[in-house]
Ligand binder design. Structure first.
Ligand code: DON
Length: 307
């Protein structure tokens, strides 16, 4: 693994191999996201020692979308403690799509923190008395992982909010069952904001490297998340991070990961590295087509499948 990572053209070769893969579709349900350049493609790796490898369109920024969910899960755990979070949101994969409106039978809790329902519930816990303070909390959260304050995409945020009736309906359903408390419109607003921060693949790889490195950012050496909660975050990413592809992902790639509907995938190889891939053409489950192929290739070459 070490010598491959040292070789110059390692990522360029993988990128070239999958350039021919042009299947998949841009997401249409958030009109702003359908404006992405379909051919964009980038791969980054950051090791726990802080070595950076990158190839392709690494200067292309995209909204973080659902890849914010593990970070917000960590924030909720640090702020409110494990017991409260476990009472609020379950730990079971759904086998359903990321925006499934199904809640757990009996308790009516969301199934897990990676699907929209669970992420909405945890977004109700973002510290801050008003929207500005909560926005600031989110900026700080991302800064701890990527070492700088990320830019924010106002157009995507507005588009998410305008076309967010599915998430809005889920919010009201959870309010009805008292598994969500507070003002649904405000919670939805915070959720849309957390999805709309801009990152590139190297930012994603650095988030992954921080999670792989006991929660300490390997470039800034600052602690981004209390190591006490790393296993909570990584285990849920592993079982639920790729939604209804999570089982096949565990089988073929075998590391904790999280995808986002803008086309990013974040992977964590515990103790070793973080990986970020971006290509906006998605499969029917909302995961990047090229992204999945790149991770499968990397798992084979670097032999990082934990099994
Ligand atoms: O809730 C939504 O629709 C999006 N803003 C985030 C969903 C997402 O990224 C799902 N991942 N594949």
């Amino acid at each position: 693994m070490e010598s491959l990572i040292k070789s110059e053209n390692f990522l360029e070769n993988i990128l070239e191999k999958f350039l021919v893969e042009t299947s998949g579709k841009l997401p249409a349900y958030i009109p702003e996201l359908s404006k992405a350049r379909p051919e964009s493609f980038a791969i980054s790796i950051v090791t726990v020692e802080g070595k950076i490898l990158q190839a392709g369109d690494i200067k292309t920024f995209f909204t973080i979308q659902s890849i914010a969910k593990p970070l917000v899960h960590g924030l909720a755990l640090e702020t409110h403690g494990r017991e409260k979070i476990l009472n609020m949101v379950g730990l079971e994969p759904t086998g359903d799509s990321y925006n499934s409106i199904r809640l757990q039978p009996g308790s009516h809790r969301p199934y897990n923190p990676m699907v929209n329902a669970g992420a909405l519930a945890l977004s109700s816990l973002i510290p801050g008395e008003n929207p500005e303070l909560r926005f600031h909390t989110l900026q700080n959260l991302f800064e701890r992982y990527i070492g700088h304050v990320p830019n924010f995409d106002e157009q995507v945020y507005q588009s998410e909010k305008k076309f967010g009736n599915h998430n809005r309906a889920m919010g009201y359903l959870m309010l009805n069952f008292k598994v969500l408390q507070g003002d649904v419109e405000e919670i939805l607003d915070d959720y849309c904001k957390e999805c709309s921060f801009l990152v590139n693949t190297t930012d994603l790889a650095l988030i992954g490297a921080t999670l792989a490195n006991g929660g300490k950012n390997p470039l800034t050496q600052k602690q981004a998340i209390d190591p006490e909660y790393l296993a909570d975050i990584l285990s849920v990413m592993f079982t639920c991070g790729m939604y209804d592809f999570a089982g096949e992902w565990a089988y073929k790639v075998g590391i904790p990961a999280k995808s986002g509907v803008s086309g990013g995938i974040l992977g964590v190889v515990p103790g070793k590295m973080g990986i970020g891939v971006y290509s906006p053409l998605l499969d029917s489950r909302g995961n990047s087509v090229r992204g999945i192929k790149v991770f499968q290739e990397l798992a084979e070459i670097l032999q990082f499948n934990i099994f």
